[in-house]
Design a protein around this ligand. Structure first.
Ligand SMILES: [Zn+2]
Length: 311
């Protein structure tokens, strides 16, 4: 039994750093912590307009109802950038492209649940004067004034180019930086000038990045997200994090538990996870052996007593 206690203590010691600690200056912000980041694009009124990239307002309300009912709390990139402690079950809601429905349909539902979200705008869309389709700076200000919405970047005008943040054929690094980094800087300047807030969050258009833009993105943003599928592990920091798309066919009630299970299994296959599994298996083996020995000893004593009674 003493051996079992020693193993259990060792397992607890191994697990304790995974339960979170204060971030150091150079340490990842949230060692051992996971964050489901849900990806949305548009939210529409009519079911006929819903598709893989647009859910209805009712479906969005149902998403928040499910998250609320399962104990999730929404967080914002600016809170993560500050290193604020995470709630027990954090979730980040992200909206790409900056559709006007963010103000007319999404914000009222966020208010119903006191939920928060980040919307990543394409600077050129905001300034293209299509107020019925996309947010204007005025509407972005209204969203931010609610305290529930943060505005992030989705580039200034690279969104609709075939290669987005990718390189053009034959383009050298200097030409790439003059084209792409200037665009990103314009997006940052647009947010900071028009909203008076720092642009901390960046969503890769079409999920694509490039090593030539990586340093710039890390220097200028606190958090970046891709369109890779999965639950984000914050142990390595806040960059290039995967997301989970929510669509009419893949509602949160179905897709989030599935993503969390995959994430949990993936965690078990990492070296620390495997050590924990091996130690737990060893502890179980010791427990079973001790139980069997105790049963054998009881049986022996019982037989001896029966022999004694017979003789
Ligand atoms: Zn987009």
């Amino acid at each position: 039994m003493r051996r079992l206690c020693a193993i259990a203590l060792f397992v607890l010691c191994l697990l304790s750093p995974l339960s979170g600690c204060a971030p150091g200056a150079d340490a990842p912000a949230y060692p051992g912590k996971s964050l489901p980041i849900l990806m949305f694009h548009d939210v529409v009124e009519d079911e006929a307009d819903a598709n893989e990239w647009a859910i209805t307002a009712d479906q969005f309300r149902e998403t928040l109802r499910w998250l609320d009912g399962h104990g999730y709390t929404t967080v914002l990139p600016r809170e993560l950038a500050k290193g604020d402690p995470l709630p027990d079950k954090p979730v980040l809601l992200t909206f790409d492209d900056g559709y006007e429905h963010m103000l007319s349909l999404v914000l009222p539902i966020l208010r119903e649940y006191g939920a928060k979200a980040v919307v990543s705008v394409v600077g050129a869309y905001v300034e293209d004067k299509q107020p019925l389709l996309f947010l204007t700076w005025e509407k972005c200000r209204e969203l931010e004034a609610s305290g529930l919405v943060e505005i992030g970047s989705h580039t200034y005008d690279l969104h609709d180019q075939d290669n987005c943040l990718g390189r053009l054929p034959g383009e050298d690094e200097a030409a790439y930086q003059a084209r792409v980094l200037t665009d990103l800087q314009t997006s940052i300047d647009g947010i900071e000038t028009n909203l008076g807030t720092e642009a901390l969050f960046f969503a890769y258009p079409n999920g694509s990045g490039d090593p030539w833009a990586a340093d710039f993105l890390k220097e200028h943003f606190a958090m970046t997200v891709t369109t890779e599928y999965g639950v984000a592990d914050l142990s390595g920091g806040l960059y290039d994090l995967p997301r989970i798309n929510i669509s009419p066919d893949e509602p949160v009630a179905r897709v989030l538990p599935r993503a969390l299970t995959s994430h949990w299994i993936k965690g078990l296959l990492t070296p620390p996870g495997l050590i924990v599994v091996i130690l737990l298996a060893a502890a179980a083996a010791v427990l079973v052996t001790a139980t069997c020995r105790a049963a054998q000893s009881r049986n022996r004593k019982k037989s001896a007593q029966q022999d004694k009674n017979r003789s």
